[in-house]
Ligand binder design. Structure first.
Ligand SMILES: Nc1ncnc2c1ncn2[C@@H]1O[C@H](COP(=O)(O)OP(=O)(O)OP(=O)(O)O)[C@@H](O)[C@H]1O
Length: 371
């Protein structure tokens, strides 16, 4: 199958030697909504700018439907970019802003008018078509930016934190519109965001970037349930990470010898784990079950861990109980507010999880993130 977009071993080394993007690879299907998330400075914007042509590649290739576009100037690439500040021309009207890219592409006047009218209708901007960019609300400016980006009928829409400047309510409603729009126009979206939850809600797949590299590219569900690296396990969702060594492997189960006893999980696919390897058992907070320890049990049964409740935070219908373990580590476990008082502070508890819902991954090098 030919991919819509292929990024092959993209590298960017800025003058001065900083490696901002390091062998970044991604293949996207036509119409996919892909987000790139990662800590500040990990190379998200640089990747997007290389795609748009605003930044040169140090090495690597960008293929669009098989054609190498990596060395074309921005105006010759079939991409549109929407930036966080929307970059509208404040002195131009909404209509003129949308017309801009079409004029650059020298569209015939009749075709241009038809295209602009269609965009004004699609984004419900007819009523403000004559207003200047400086006279619009945040939401309207965002819609003009989208209309301007899509008017040129790009093959790929690149979005760099396009919702970052909006307040929380507007952001939610525009998120929804963006998803509907993407389905309607059917083109590939590449979306850079700091907001992990936004990426997980909107995307077909998410790229988790760290230090210029794609650590894992997967569906939101897989990232949550099967993180492939220690960085992803720390960055996505709320996971407990228990360090140890693999003691046994077989039948889809890995037995890990940890400071808290022998614990079980499911080895990550293609992890190459072997007996004796240093490993992390990753247990999602949602998978953890908590119960009071029976008085006559001083140690947790095999496969479970013992601790005591050391604090709680109420968040509406749910409570997060902090559970301190024997090694001093703390877990945060969600519980319905109705069951929170069953386990008062200082109560001795046992924590268990379904083996299939915990993932065992290689411990890897020490964790780190971009500075
Ligand atoms: N023009 C430049 N010259 C030198 N270094 C740069 C330049 N632009 C970015 N960098 C560096 O490259 C790295 C990646 O930057 P980039 O803007 O791609 O990160 P990011 O993941 O988008 O960050 P943020 O989430 O903070 O926007 C950073 O360390 C940054 O300081």
């Amino acid at each position: 199958m030919q991919h819509d977009l292929e990024l092959l071993n993209l590298c960017k080394r800025y003058p001065g030697g900083h490696q901002a993007v390091d062998n970044f690879c991604l293949q996207a299907r036509r119409g996919e909504f892909i987000s790139i998330v990662g800590p500040s400075g990990c190379g998200k914007t640089t990747t997007l700018r290389m795609l748009a042509g605003f930044e040169s590649l140090s090495s690597g290739r960008i293929l669009l439907r098989g054609q190498d576009i990596g060395h074309l100037p921005p105006e010759q690439r079939p991409t549109s970019t929407i930036f966080q500040d929307f970059a509208l021309f404040p002195h131009m009207t909404v209509r003129e802003n949308i017309a801009f890219g079409l004029q650059v592409r020298r569209l015939a006047p009749a075709a241009m008018k038809a295209r602009i009218d269609h965009m004004l209708g699609l984004f419900e901007l007819d009523a403000v078509a004559g207003r200047r960019g400086s006279q619009l609300s945040g939401g309207q400016r965002q819609r003009v930016a989208l209309a301007r980006g899509l008017a040129v009928q790009p093959d790929i829409l690149l979005l760099d934190e396009p919702l970052g400047a909006l307040d929380a309510n507007l952001r939610k409603s525009i998120q929804h519109e963006l998803k509907l729009l993407q389905r309607e126009v059917g083109i590939t979206f590449l979306f850079v965001t700091h907001a992990q939850s936004e990426a997980l809600v909107l995307s077909d797949r998410v790229v988790v970037m760290n230090r210029g590299r794609a650590e894992q590219i997967a569906t939101p569900h897989t990232l949550y349930t099967r993180p492939a690296t220690p960085f992803v396990a720390r960055f996505i969702g709320r996971n407990a990470l228990l360090a140890g060594r693999v003691q046994a492997l077989g039948h889809g189960v890995a037995l890990v010898d940890t400071a808290l006893g022998l614990l079980k999980g499911s080895p990550a696919e293609n992890s190459g784990l072997r007996i004796g390897d240093r490993a992390l058992l990753v247990v999602p907070s949602e998978a953890m079950d908590l119960r009071a320890a029976p008085d006559d049990e001083t140690q947790a049964p095999e496969g479970q861990i013992a601790g005591h409740v050391s604090g709680r935070t109420y968040t509406g219908q749910t409570v997060r109980l902090q559970v301190e373990l024997a090694d001093g580590e703390c877990l945060s476990i969600k519980r319905h507010v109705d069951h929170a008082d069953d386990l008062p502070n200082a109560a001795r508890v046992q924590v268990s999880w379904p083996i299939a819902e915990a993932t065992v991954i290689p411990a890897g090098p020490d964790p780190g993130s971009c500075l």
